[in-house]
Write a protein that binds this ligand. Sequence first.
Ligand SMILES: *[C@@H]1O[C@H](CO)[C@@H](O)[C@H](O)[C@H]1NC(C)=O
Ligand SMILES: [Cu+2]
Length: 318
Amino acid sequence: MWQLLPIALACLTPTVNAHGGVLSYLINGKSYTGWSPYNTPTGQSTIQRPWATYDPITTATSANIACNDDGTSGAGQLTAAGVPAGSKITAYWNSVWPHNTGPMLTYLAKCPGSTCTGVSAKTLQWFKIDQAGLVSGTVATGTWAAGQMINNNNSWTSTIPASVPSGNYLIRFETIALHSLPAQFYPECAQIEITGGGSRAPLASELVTFPGGYGSSDPGITVDLYGNTAKTMTSYPIPGPPLYGSGGSFLQGNPVPTSAPPTGTGAPPPPPPPPPPPPAGTVPQYGQCGGIGYSGPTGCISPYRCVKSNDYYSQCLA
Ligand SMILES: *[C@@H]1O[C@H](CO)[C@@H](O)[C@H](O)[C@H]1NC(C)=O
Ligand SMILES: [Cu+2]
């Protein structure tokens, strides 16, 4: 009981449904009702994967983090057929969604065969097609994508990239609520068949498994909205892999560091030069201070140092 208490208190609100999930979809103009977690599974036939509870997932590495369930399809599982690449998909959360601080994220995972039915979500590799985090202001008092979701009829719309190859996919919509720690994950999945797609498969660097895509100490998951740092922190590191396509633009000719070794030489690349001592900067702890495509300030406030997470993201850490 003692372990449950903080979670229960953190989400106590005057309404009964302090939590929830994705209840329906609008896909390329067509409405689809989702799974009803509090009805009997018997007879339910939806494009959405079954899910069990309105309660949040509070462990980043939870076995249920893929689709808020054990990863299996329903007995009457359906698929939204003929969804053209490039079309829009809207996911509707229950109204009124109670958590307005946190990011919105949308992922796809391709199923190996001719259908996703019967395929465990845990066996798939996911790539992120849409993300939004802190929209404006500071981490302490700013506007978040989750707030935009609420203002937009408790819904989030993502576009299937036209370059995604045709095939059968799970689409995973997620909001992460940061009003209390541990962070609360609300992911649900649906089955779609993408048609008329392109030829740009996700790169290995863009793919993650769930569980696996998030770590319990990821800065975007452990961020404290109420600490002093949050009052001046104006950038927020969205969890998960780099966005689909971001690696591709790198390969297609964005500037490569001139010190990059030629590929295919067999010799191991020389170690990167040690970073210069950081200037006294303006970027707060966990804020972004570097990465391909980033053009903002690069100096961390004392005593934090700019640490590379990947080619696209460096952040200020202790
Ligand atoms: C708002 O969302 C509900 C589903 O929760 C949907 O039925 C309704 O059509 C939406 N309204 C608008 C104006 O899009
Ligand atoms: Cu809640």
